[in-house]
Design a protein around this ligand. Sequence first.
Ligand code: NAD
Ligand code: UDP
Length: 330
Amino acid sequence: MHAGSRVLVTGGAGFIGSHLCRRLLDDGYDVICVDNFYSSSRDNVLPLLENPRFELLRHDVTFPLYVEVDQIYSLACPASPIHYQRDPVQTTKTSVHGSINMLGLARRTGARILLASTSEVYGDPQQHPQTEEYWGNVNPIGVRSCYDEGKRCAETLFFDYWRQHRTPIKIARIFNTYGPNMHPLDGRVVSSFIVQALTGQPITIFGSGQQSRSFAYVDDLVEGLIRLMNSSAHVTGPINLGNPNEFTIAELAEQVMAATGCEVPIDYRRLPSDDPVCRRPDITKAQELLDWSPHVSLAVGLPKTIDYFRDVLANRWPAGSEPPRFSQPL
Ligand code: NAD
Ligand code: UDP
């Protein structure tokens, strides 16, 4: 792949997609960003619209798409529980029909295609940390299943296109990622805690707060995705991409209060159904095959993210206005 090659990013207006589009443009690629704005808006890509090598298409990936491209990053799918549970049938369709359509496009054009899969394929894991060989512990009929099983089926489709049609595939299993351009009300833990602290609202901890997650900063993740896409043809994945630094949710709340300088009360709420107890990636494969490791610790990434949300809040919720309202996943 060389500068000037054309890259399609589905879900390109979302949190991770918008960073990926910007980075690909910086690297000299032509970028087609496809999004139906289900869980995002044009705001994340507004600064990119001035670039003549950037093209934005409003399109739902559950319908076929005809464009000519060299690489496809398949990111379209709502990622936060409140977004993916709002219309669960559409979530499954996005992963399954969307993957079939994008794999068909890859087959026709000969493009490489990368799936943004997820640590959710491990469900509530009984192996810790999680290696790619672990098959997971997923409830097939719960409220998270539309997302978890949708991504598991997408992985199956990717591997069957590779086995049956030799379509060049790459699968990244992404662990919790945070950073600027997250939607302030998407309900994910990092964005919620920051917005709550900055607006003087109680931090909502679901359950006891002793469940754990491992948080990767978005720049590290984007670097991993690009390395995986451009890795040797025999590297299909799945490959875990995430930061093995593991924190309890209660520890995260403490860190957010310290980094924002805002002490707010904790509001303990009911733990949503099937909420995994722990999450930590084993990243040996990414280190060995991609020479990739994350470099941005939570202590460095949180302040950058907080700066972003300070700006967003000042524009959307100026002092004196009603504070943003959060909902909770099922
Ligand atoms: P996001 O919700 O910000 O971005 C997803 C984008 O996909 C949005 O812009 C949304 O409008 C778009 N989209 C949804 N359905 C679509 C459809 N049918 N057609 C076209 N566009 C559609 O979420 P994100 O955090 O940027 O996640 C991006 C990808 O990475 C997702 O596939 C997600 O499953 C995966 N992922 C993210 C994380 C994370 O922690 N952020 C973790 C694991 C996996
Ligand atoms: N969480 C929380 N309060 C919130 C949002 C999330 O305690 O306001 C918890 C949630 O129950 C989960 C963890 O934080 O245990 C991570 O949630 P998120 O939705 O960010 O990601 P996921 O559960 O998909 O890893």
